[in-house]
Design a protein. Structure first.
Length: 378
């Protein structure tokens, strides 16, 4: 028998095996033990409302919580990908055997998140710190970029968004709206951002944003879980306006990538952008930016960042990536090799910045962007 036939035969039988027939590990043990409890209507299938009920249930902790979080992640359809197969025991066994999706990896990632959240206080260190935040697996950079900009501007302002209620819940103020959210469960922590043992305020912020955005939708369009709402993505600029209650102004960077009209000369657009960056930095207004496709190592495509400040002397912007990672370029810093990054923070020359990023959003305060400094419609 050929090697290919042997592999195909193994996969055929692995797909037909029940979960109990697979090699035992913590993930499969949890699923075997709890599947019948999670399956509320006893039809042999875990569906969205059953997964969401388990995720929101404080009864499920540690390994069991990490297991349900892995199944919840696996159930979410990915953009452009086939619809995930129904979560039956047989299909879960197939996924475990083939690592498609890699449920064991998702389980380990969830355990790591839960294990890191040893202090469930809001702010055990006093005030939030930008350097402790690391984006989780929700793909919600649009949610964290404006939060990071606000933390950089004034940590006390961020702390003031949260109020612990006497019923054990938390009120979270987001611009003109305040929502009440339940404390984080282990499964929710497994799926949201990490904060280096510095409290659960980041996780609660994500949950509050999902809750608020869900409440804003018509009843028939609401998701059953607030985390599903932010997992669908969004605009960092739009959320910046949402959490501050202030208007925003957008500044696209298309001028740096394609020919522009005489009225929007490249030099003129750079000058406009420099004025707006300098004014926003001086007035301490929040700024976000985003990428489409990037070619520079260390930068993330289709990702939102916070703009922390503009250095007028060096003509450079200081940025924060919500992943909060460290990066060391292999060679001279620049477009070819990337930029030295610590805890997600790095500096980038303005003329290189506009080539790799797609545009910015500026918070509007008492001093708004002058219409003549806004890019003209193309």
């Amino acid at each position: 028998m050929s090697l290919l036939n042997s592999v195909l035969k193994f996969l055929f039988f692995a797909c037909a095996l029940p979960l109990a027939a697979l090699p035992s590990n913590d993930f499969t043990a949890s699923v075997q033990k709890n599947f019948a409890v999670w399956d509320l209507n006893r039809d042999g299938l875990l569906v969205s409302n059953e997964l969401d009920a388990a995720v929101a249930d404080t009864h499920w902790v540690w390994k069991d919580a990490a297991a349900i979080a892995a199944l919840k992640r696996a159930s979410r359809p990915k953009k452009g990908a086939p619809t995930p197969p129904p979560l039956t025991l047989t299909n879960i066994a197939t996924a475990v055997a083939q690592h498609q999706p890699d449920l064991a990896l998702m389980f380990r990632e969830g355990l790591k998140q839960i294990g890191a959240a040893t202090n469930r206080a809001l702010f055990p260190a006093g005030l939030p710190a930008l350097e402790t935040i690391h984006q989780g697996r929700l793909g919600n950079c649009f949610c964290l970029a404006p939060l990071g900009a606000m933390v950089h501007r004034d940590p006390a302002e961020v702390a003031a968004l949260f109020t612990a209620e006497t019923n054990g819940f938390y009120s979270v103020r987001l611009g003109k709206k305040t929502v009440e959210v339940a404390p984080m469960t282990d499964a929710e922590i497994a799926m949201t951002s990490s904060n280096e043992r510095e409290g659960v305020w980041v996780n609660l912020f994500e949950k509050a944003v999902g809750t608020a955005r869900n409440e804003d939708k018509p009843a028939g369009q609401r998701a059953s879980s607030p985390l599903d709402v932010i997992a669908r993505g969004g605009s960092a600029g739009t959320l910046l306006a949402y959490i501050t209650g202030h208007d925003i102004a957008r500044f696209p960077f298309q001028f740096a990538k394609s020919p522009v009209s005489a009225t929007n000369s490249v030099a003129g657009m750079y000058a406009r952008l420099q004025r707006q960056l300098a004014a926003a930095t001086k007035e301490r207004r929040l700024m976000t930016c985003g990428t489409s496709l990037t070619s520079t190592p260390g930068l993330t495509s289709h990702h939102a960042y916070a703009v922390l400040e503009y250095d007028t002397v060096q003509n450079a912007v200081r940025l924060w990536n919500p992943h909060g990672q460290d990066f060391n370029p292999r060679g001279a810093p620049g477009l070819l090799n990337g930029y030295p990054t610590r805890n997600g923070i790095f500096k980038m020359p303005l003329r290189e910045f506009v080539l790799q990023f797609s545009g910015m959003a500026f918070e509007q305060g008492n001093e708004k962007m002058v219409p003549n400094d806004l890019p003209s419609p193309s």
